[in-house]
Design a protein around this ligand. Structure first.
Ligand code: GLN
Length: 307
């Protein structure tokens, strides 16, 4: 990548695909987004960056937050504890499916990138109460982005809290099977705040740079996440990060990435770039339709694939 102008040309090309997608509205507050938006920041590990589109516009992380809560919980509890409760296998099912929870024995969510697994992970965040758990999570996200202003969007959090009946069902199922403990309403409260953490493409790309550097802060050189935990997170992103389109994405783009129903995509090109994308028109699997095209174009042009 040589210039913002070059990136802007790719954004214009990719944007044309937005018309074939649809903004998520099962969380009513997300339905207000403009399906034509498409923005990107590419943050290089030498601290330079490129932008295109409305890159300052904030959006909520939704499922992208699952990678960050997983990193925190692995740091809090260690791998052995976490993987007693959550598996390591892709599902091939939609992100909010309950089907495998019932059919697999012993019953545990297949991986931390689907809703069931992410709810179990959020349930493991350390803290004496909801406030302390939330504070620890948001401070971790602020440190990764190097931005103390980051917080959550109250309207989106409330909107999801009021409508998250399927996520409640997943929690009750897991509570019955001793995967989660404690009060389900408090967990849904914490999870919906986590999903509503709000930032722009620049912040997300900067967090990506920490992952691209295997856990080091690109500015200070400080270690923010242990290397083996970054490796686990990136591996889940490759195998499960784009929901049941992860296989196709691995072939077409070939880097660790995680999407969210807000239209965000968080991608990591090891040792090179952190990438933050926002394009709220989604394909039928819940991934940003223009965002995927944009990543495909970038991957071809700059040989991103790790495979
Ligand atoms: N908050 C959303 C949910 O739980 C996150 C899902 C997503 O981004 N795929 O339904």
């Amino acid at each position: 990548m040589q210039s913002n102008k070059e990136l802007q040309l790719l954004v214009e090309k990719a944007k044309r695909f937005s018309k074939d997608g649809k903004v998520a509205d099962y969380i009513p507050a997300l339905g207000k987004e403009d399906g034509n938006d498409l923005a990107i920041t590419i943050y290089k590990t030498d601290n330079s960056y490129f932008h295109a589109g409305n890159f300052e516009k904030k959006f909520t992380l939704q499922s992208i937050s699952k990678v960050l809560s997983l990193a925190l919980v692995l740091m809090d509890r260690g791998e052995d504890y976490v993987f007693q409760k959550v598996g390591m296998e892709p599902t091939g099912d939609p992100f909010n499916s309950i089907a495998k929870l019932e059919t697999l024995k012993p019953s545990k969510p297949l991986n931390p990138m689907i809703n069931a697994g992410a709810l179990a992970v959020t349930n493991m965040i350390k803290g004496k109460d909801l406030t302390e758990k939330w504070e620890r999570l948001i401070q971790f996200v602020r440190a990764l982005a190097n931005d103390q202003q980051i917080t959550y969007n109250e309207e989106v959090a409330r909107s999801e809290f009021e409508t998250a009946h399927l996520n409640r069902a997943l929690c009750f199922f897991m509570k019955q099977n001793n995967i989660i403990e404690g009060d389900v309403e408090s967990l849904i409260d914490l999870y919906t705040k986590q999903c509503a953490i709000e930032m722009n493409c620049y912040d997300l790309a900067r967090i990506g740079a920490v992952f691209a550097l295997n856990g080091f802060d690109p500015d200070s050189g400080e270690r923010l996440i242990p290397e083996h935990i970054v490796r686990i997170c990136k591996t889940f992103m490759v195998t499960c990060g784009m929901y049941n389109a992860s296989g196709e994405f691995a072939i077409k783009v070939g880097v660790p990435a995680k999407s969210g129903v807000s239209g965000g995509i968080f991608a990591v090109v090891p040792n090179r770039y952190g990438i933050g994308i926002f394009g709220p028109a989604l394909d039928e699997k819940g991934n940003s339709i223009a965002g995927l095209k944009l990543l495909e174009m970038l991957a071809n042009e700059f040989e991103f694939s790790i495979f």
